[in-house]
Design a protein around this ligand. Structure first.
Ligand SMILES: O=C(O)[C@H](O)C(=O)CO
Ligand SMILES: [Mg+2]
Length: 280
């Protein structure tokens, strides 16, 4: 497995709008067209399951977007759940969710699904939560691979989500190795990584071989690039110069009433790409 997205050999950024965070002033199915009008070519979101798959597929098709990613069913989001994969008493629900996710992914032509590990509840030891997570991923990864879908696991920062079972990408990589499946890859969310440890480009380079999807937002605030401390002009150039050819999921809370003008302002340049050579 490599970090390269084999369906597109050209090293140029491709941006997917996260429709759970962007365009939230309109109904979910209307967000696809809004994203396309603003220049996004892909879509991702937390969960399509509240809508019939055919309705989501029609909105995607009419907008001319590629469905890049969504999550396996992640529990009761409104109640604060952020995945159920590490919960020992939810294994049957997790496994049902894998089948449901495959159906939606096929309807949407989506080839990546993210597993949110969840928050280990009080009364469950870290060892038991991790064994549950490992067994669930060992169950899901080959099923998805047979369906033509790559399973990803994402680290989420523990300031926003206290107790999240996979806090850093190094933890995600240890988990990937323990699962031992060639069909499990990593999702690298730069916002979460900035909060947990920073060192964003060297961290990418350390794990590049297994990273199949990247998400972005600035910090602090989780707003669009250009609003905080992360130098996305440099980073995006450097990621692609280092061989990443996948999608960039734009998973941020927008503040600019004019829309995503940063998309045309942050354009990777050969000058910043050159700097990656010294970043290893
Ligand atoms: O929280 C995240 O970063 C995940 O990517 C997600 O899907 C929940 O928004
Ligand atoms: Mg994310």
């Amino acid at each position: 497995m490599t970090s390269r997205d084999d369906d597109d050999a050209a090293a140029r950024p491709r941006f997917a709008a996260n429709l759970s965070m962007l365009y939230t002033d309109r109904p979910f199915l209307d967000r696809f067209a809004a994203a396309a009008a603003d220049g996004f070519t892909g879509a991702e979101f937390v969960s399509p399951y509240e809508q019939p798959a055919a309705a989501v597929a029609a909105a995607l098709r009419e907008a001319g977007l590629t469905q890049v990613l969504f999550n396996l069913p992640a529990g009761d989001w409104a109640a604060g759940e952020r995945g159920i994969a590490c919960l020992p008493d939810r294994v049957a629900e997790f496994r049902d969710g894998v089948q449901r996710a495959i159906e939606y992914a096929h309807a949407l032509g989506c080839s990546r699904l993210n597993c949110l590990a969840g928050i280990a509840p009080a009364g469950v030891s870290p060892a038991e939560a991790e064994s549950t997570l490992v067994a669930n991923l060992q169950h899901a990864a080959p099923l998805l691979a047979d369906a033509g879908i790559t399973l990803l696991v994402e680290a989420v920062n523990t300031r926003d989500v206290p107790g999240f079972a996979v806090p850093t990408i190094a933890d995600a990589e240890r988990l990937r190795q323990r699962v031992g499946s060639p069909d499990l890859a990593l999702q690298y969310d730069l916002y979460h990584a900035q909060i947990m440890h920073g060192d964003l480009l060297p961290t990418y380079l350390r794990h590049a071989e297994h990273i199949q999807h990247i998400q972005i937002a600035d910090h602090p605030g989780r707003h669009e690039p250009g609003t905080g401390e992360i130098n996305y002009a440099f980073l995006l150039s450097a990621l692609y110069a280092a061989g990443y050819t996948g999608w960039i999921g734009c998973e941020y809370v927008p503040t600019d009433p004019a829309g995503p003008s940063w998309l045309t302002e942050i354009i990777p340049t050969t000058e910043t790409a050159r700097l990656t050579e010294t970043a290893h």
